[in-house]
Structure formats: C-alpha cells, structure tokens
Design a binder for this molecule. Structure first.
Ligand SMILES: Cc1cc2nc3c(=O)[nH]c(=O)nc-3n(C[C@H](O)[C@H](O)[C@H](O)COP(=O)(O)OP(=O)(O)OC[C@H]3O[C@@H](n4cnc5c(N)ncnc54)[C@H](O)[C@@H]3O)c2cc1C
Length: 401
C-alpha cells in the first residue's frame, strides 16, 4: 500500500485522506493553516445536484449524496448532513426559461422536482414574505426540490480527519508546503515551512484555491480560477425558515443554532472592488435584502461574514488524476466540493491503491492543452455563477451557453 502525502485539510483533503486510510494507505496530511479554515469555512454549502451537468458530473453528484449519507450514518458524534428541501424561482424571462429547461432535464433523469402553486409555497415556507396573491410580483413558477439539504463542512472535516487519525494518519497543521524536489519526473521530497523534508510514493494535491501553486512547486501546470464569494451568518432568530431558498439574487438557508446563512451573486460581484474594511457593510446589505424576503430577519444582525475563494477549474468540472509532467503528483480539485468531496475522495483513493476508476476519465487534468484558450464552462452551476458574477450591474443575466 502506498505512503501518501495529502496537501490541504479542507473538505477535499479530509475526504481523500480518510478514504486512503480506509484503503490501507499510510497518510500524512500537511495543512498550511488550521483544518477546515480555507474555502471550506466560507461557503454556502448546499447540495447542488440539480445544477450539475453534464451527465457524468450529475452522476457523481448523486453518488456523493449517497456517500455523505453513508459516512454520516457511521458517525453519531458530528452531524454535518442536514436534509432540507429547496424552493427556487427566477425573475427575468431568460432565467425563467433556464429554470423550465432544468426541471425538464431533471424529470428526464428521474430526479424529484415539481412546480408549486403560490398557496403551496406559502404552506411549505411560512417564513417567506410572498407578494399579495394575484399581484404582478407574485412568482407563479416556483420549483420545489424535496431532496437535498445543507452541510456543515467543519463538522465533516473534523469527523473524517479524526477517523483517519484512528487508522494511523498524521495531520500537521500550520505547516505549509513550500518546496518540492523533482527528479526524473517524480517528486522525491516535499519541504515544509517548519523544515520537515518528507518522501512519499504519491503526493495528493488537495490545496483547493491554492492547487495551481502546489502544482507549480513540482513544475506542473494546473489552471484553477479563484472566484471570491461571501456568506453572511445572522444572529439566532426565530424565522421558522424550513427550506433552502434560491431566489433571484439571494440565497438563504437555515444554519446552526437558529441562525440563517445568506449569499447573493450581486454581493459577490462587488467583492473584487471592495476593500476588506468595507466588507462588513456588504454583509449588512445582504441582510437588508434578505429582510424583504424573510421579514423576521429584521430582528437579526450580522453575526459573522466570511469570504472564500472558490477553486474553479477552467471548464467547471473537477480535476482528478495525474498531470502529464509529474508521475506521482495526483490532483483532486473541484468547484462545489462541499457536495462532491466524499465521492471524489473515495474514487481517488481507489485509484491510488491500484484500481483505475473509469468514472473519473472525463475529469482528467490531461484534458487541458497547454497554452490553449480557456474552455467554456460546461457545468451548468459554473456557467450560471460566472454569468451572474460577471454580468455588469443592472443587466439581465447573460446567456453564456
Ligand atoms: C460563497 C461560496 C459559496 C459556495 N457554495 C457552495 C455550495 O453551496 N455547495 C458546494 O458544494 N460548494 C460551494 N462552494 C464551493 C466550496 O466551498 C469549495 O469547492 C470547497 O470548499 C473547496 O474545498 P477544498 O478542500 O478544495 O479547499 P479548501 O477548503 O480551501 O482547502 C484547501 C486547504 O489547503 C491548504 N493549503 C493551501 N496551500 C497549502 C500549502 N502550500 N501547504 C499546505 N496546505 C495548503 C489551505 O490552507 C486549505 O486549508 C462555495 C464557495 C463559496 C466561496
């Protein structure tokens, strides 16, 4: 069984390290900061099955829901899976058309999704302020997804790393990987900031938004965009919120201890030009917008706001496998990794212990040609995110398909 160094202790590193130890590998995790303190601590963290395309990625998303559930059943101490239904509606003609197409696609796949009449929306989600019945503002097409839910990523990371440690893994925090020696196309040594010099059969790059920098240390090319996003967490308040709301330009969901988590593409769009000192004001703006949707939020304040850098591969699909340049550097990096980490970890561990996984073939790093133009995003959730973040203020969402 191989000796593996896993770089990064976010959701992807934790899932991969855990699966590797279960498969019998010896594992050392090297984390530059604290565990679950990168993007995995600054994320909306909901199930994204409904927006995952093409079919190979949709299938992985379904498999990851099952894997989250399997891991959760085996861990009574940490609860990270919170099953919750989702309501979604859109405002503009183009976005409504896209939502209809999505529902048709999901029906073809047998994934549960239905349209709710406004009265049913009021019954399913009493926390929501719906415009008066029959008014022009009342959304007439509200999609309801009974499955899915939200995750608590720090609880997931803690649980999986604890289990990995029980199986013999060691986890080193506050010790960044700062260099690698490569000899004849193989990494022969990994150097850390504290002066450790480690050797391993395989080095697994789970550094999320910093994964390109890790690849560069080994002389490999990896393209990963860092796309900033903010979530705000309210103080505990009795909103009675039952569902995840995917509303035009606002996402809201229940959070731990009676809190509500908020996210908006409009706020993400502002982040690049907003100094860190003004981010608090953005979070308060987010809460103000949410108050028009969930009136009880007028009694809450912003308890915390967090900005994360999403690791986004050029075509939006996960990158899993060996690059062509280095024989023993394995990459596991993905957008939507809170949802996808469990299945990516399991499949990566099977490959690294000798069992090639053809399900991963559409996601190989070698699909990108060096120097080629950036490919268009093929995953629906990435296309939507880029269109909403990059659209200029006030414009209808661009259709980038
Ligand atoms: C606003 C927002 C909303 C989101 N919503 C969702 C959602 O609803 N559903 C979903 O599934 N996903 C969502 N995501 C995306 C998801 O959060 C990320 O895909 C996921 O957190 C990435 O996990 P990771 O483990 O790859 O990266 P990280 O959590 O960033 O972990 C990487 C780790 O590597 C470490 N590291 C980096 N460099 C080094 C080094 N040189 N040496 C040692 N360690 C190093 C870092 O310190 C870090 O701890 C969202 C993201 C954002 C920002």
């Amino acid at each position: 069984m191989p000796y593996a160094i896993v770089i990064g202790a976010g959701v992807v590193g934790a899932a991969t390290a855990h699966a590797l130890t279960v498969a019998g590998a010896q594992v050392v995790v090297l984390e530059g900061g604290q565990v679950a303190a990168g993007c995995s601590a600054a994320t909306f963290a909901v199930d994204i099955t409904r927006v995952k395309t093409p079919p190979a990625l949709f299938d992985l998303a379904l498999a990851s829901v099952a894997e989250h559930a399997r891991l959760q059943r085996a861990d009574a101490d940490q609860a990270w899976v919170h099953p919750t239904a989702t309501l979604e509606w859109e405002e503009t003609q183009a976005d409504r058309q896209r939502l209809r197409e999505r529902i048709r696609r999901l029906h073809r796949c047998g994934y549960p999704a239905e349209w709710l009449a406004p009265q049913r929306v009021r019954a399913v989600e009493p926390a929501l302020a719906m415009p008066p019945q029959g008014s022009d503002e009342e959304p007439t097409e509200v999609a309801f997804y009974p499955e899915g839910g939200w995750y608590d990523p720090p609880a997931f990371v803690r649980a999986l790393l604890r289990r990995a440690k029980r199986q013999g893994a060691s986890v080193h925090v506050n010790d960044s990987v700062i260099g690698m020696t490569v000899d004849d196309g193989r990494i022969t040594e990994v150097c850390t900031a504290s002066g450790q010099r480690l050797t391993a059969d395989v080095v697994v790059n789970c550094a999320g938004p910093q994964a390109a920098g890790i690849a560069a240390l080994a002389g490999a090319e990896l393209s990963v965009r860092q796309i900033a996003g903010m979530v705000a967490i309210t103080t505990p308040v009795h909103t009675g919120l039952q569902t995840i709301l995917a509303a035009p330009d606002l996402n809201a969901r229940p959070h731990l201890g009676g809190r509500v988590m908020l996210h908006s593409w409009l706020i993400d769009r502002e982040l690049e030009d907003t100094p860190a000192s003004r981010r608090r004001a953005l979070a308060e703006e987010l809460l103000r917008r949410a108050g028009t949707l969930i009136p009880m939020l007028s009694q809450a304040t912003v308890e915390a706001s967090r900005v994360g850098l999403r690791p986004v591969p050029p075509d939006g699909l996960p990158i899993v496998g060996f690059p062509s340049e280095v024989a023993n550097l394995y990459t596991v990096v993905s957008h939507s990794a809170i949802h996808l980490a469990p299945i990516l970890g399991v499949l990566a561990a099977r490959e690294l212990t000798g069992d090639r996984q053809h399900r991963l073939d559409p996601f190989r790093p070698t699909r990108f040609r060096p120097g080629a133009d950036r490919p268009q995003a093929v995953d629906e959730s990435t296309r939507t995110m880029l269109a909403r973040i990059e659209a200029s203020n006030g414009c209808e969402t661009a259709d980038v398909r």
